[in-house]
Write a protein that binds this ligand. Structure first.
Ligand code: HPA
Ligand SMILES: [Zn+2]
Length: 328
């Protein structure tokens, strides 16, 4: 069976940096890393929690210096995503993580955007770009970076909120999200990955987000689940990520199928595929073998992914028709 067409809605571009590319870019840019080879680097990919992952994720970004580096990372992701059935990708990147290292905003944005511009022709993948802001850094810094992105006409369709969740509640970023909304941008936020269900409520009510990234901790609160079902709030769930970061013990314990059966508007995504053991197809295959995800459920996840995207109605209909044709 060929892959069903999917929309990838929860993907950190910097999380697609495969160990081989990390080492290649380190050589190219003369960056010294504390690993002799790919195997040593790969051995560091054992995480206790979100923070232990973030430490390595930010450290590896040291190899990203030039427009070409950002372009190469983006092109490698799109080529791999296309083989997974991804036909549309809403891609997050972390501008602050590069600015604090002294990499200019235009290098980051132009490097990424130059490749996205031809992605439909080159890979058959339409794309939207989402600037994600780091919740463990000050809101004023995020406001400044958002203003700079808007001032230079960066091709972003929305903003997100990521990085260390616990202790950094959504309400800290109310002004940022208000400004992005005024600018006509779409709004998403990570909530309920490690943080409590109340962060999901606040992301909806204080930030006004249209989609929740992760949201699995919502299951601790029945009233919240009822609301999420009633409002059909899109939730982008990342099973391999949750196991890698120990938010969930094993894939067999993952709640995504239960969420689907309870009527939540969930779709499955890959988060940081280079770090967590795989891309969209790998996540779906793993759910098939560990949770017995049925073909019918897989089709529903594909449809949800397209309906939860920020695509215009005509492109959504086109993708839904492709799903129907592929599942006939
Ligand atoms: O999985 C994640 N969670 C929060 N922030 C992140 N930034 C990159 N990946 C992640
Ligand atoms: Zn994420």
């Amino acid at each position: 069976m060929t892959h069903l067409p999917f929309a990838e809605l929860h993907l950190h571009l910097e999380g697609t940096l495969e160990p081989e590319l990390v080492m290649e870019l380190a050589r190219r840019n003369d960056v010294t890393l504390p690993y002799r080879d790919v195997e040593e680097l790969r051995a560091a990919y054992a995480f206790r929690d979100l923070q232990s992952f973030l430490d390595l994720y930010y450290a590896n970004m040291a190899v990203l210096r030039t427009r070409q580096d950002f372009a190469d990372m983006t092109a490698a992701y799109l080529a791999r995503a296309a083989t997974a059935g991804v036909r549309h990708a809403e891609i997050m990147f972390d501008p602050q993580a590069h600015l604090v290292r002294g990499v200019p905003l235009e290098v980051v944005v132009e490097g990424i955007a130059s490749v996205l511009a031809t992605s439909e022709d080159d890979h058959g993948v339409s794309t939207l770009l989402i600037a994600a802001f780091l919740r463990d850094r000050p809101e004023d810094e995020a406001l400044d970076v958002l203003d700079r992105l808007l001032a230079r006409g960066a091709p972003i369709a929305g903003i997100g909120l990521d990085s260390a969740e616990v202790g950094n509640p959504p309400a800290r970023f109310a002004r940022l999200f208000a400004r992005a909304r005024e600018a006509g941008l779409h709004l998403v936020a990570h909530a309920g990955e490690e943080g409590p269900a109340s962060y999901v409520t606040d992301a909806l009510d204080v930030l006004g987000v249209e989609r929740i990234d992760h949201g699995i901790r919502s299951l601790d609160d029945d009233a919240l689940v009822a609301r999420l079902v009633a409002e059909q709030v899109p939730m982008t769930v990342c099973p391999l990520s949750n196991v890698a970061l120990r938010a969930v013990d094993t894939l067999a314990d993952h709640p995504v199928v239960e969420m689907l059966e309870r009527g939540l508007n969930v779709s499955v995504h890959s988060d940081d595929p280079a770090y967590f053991g795989g891309y969209l197809d790998d996540n779906l295959d793993a759910l098939g073998s560990s949770l017995g995800l049925t073909r019918e459920q897989r089709i529903r996840l594909a449809e949800n992914s397209v309906r939860s995207s920020f695509l215009p109605a005509d492109r959504r209909e086109e993708l839904l028709a492709q799903i129907a044709a592929a599942s006939a």
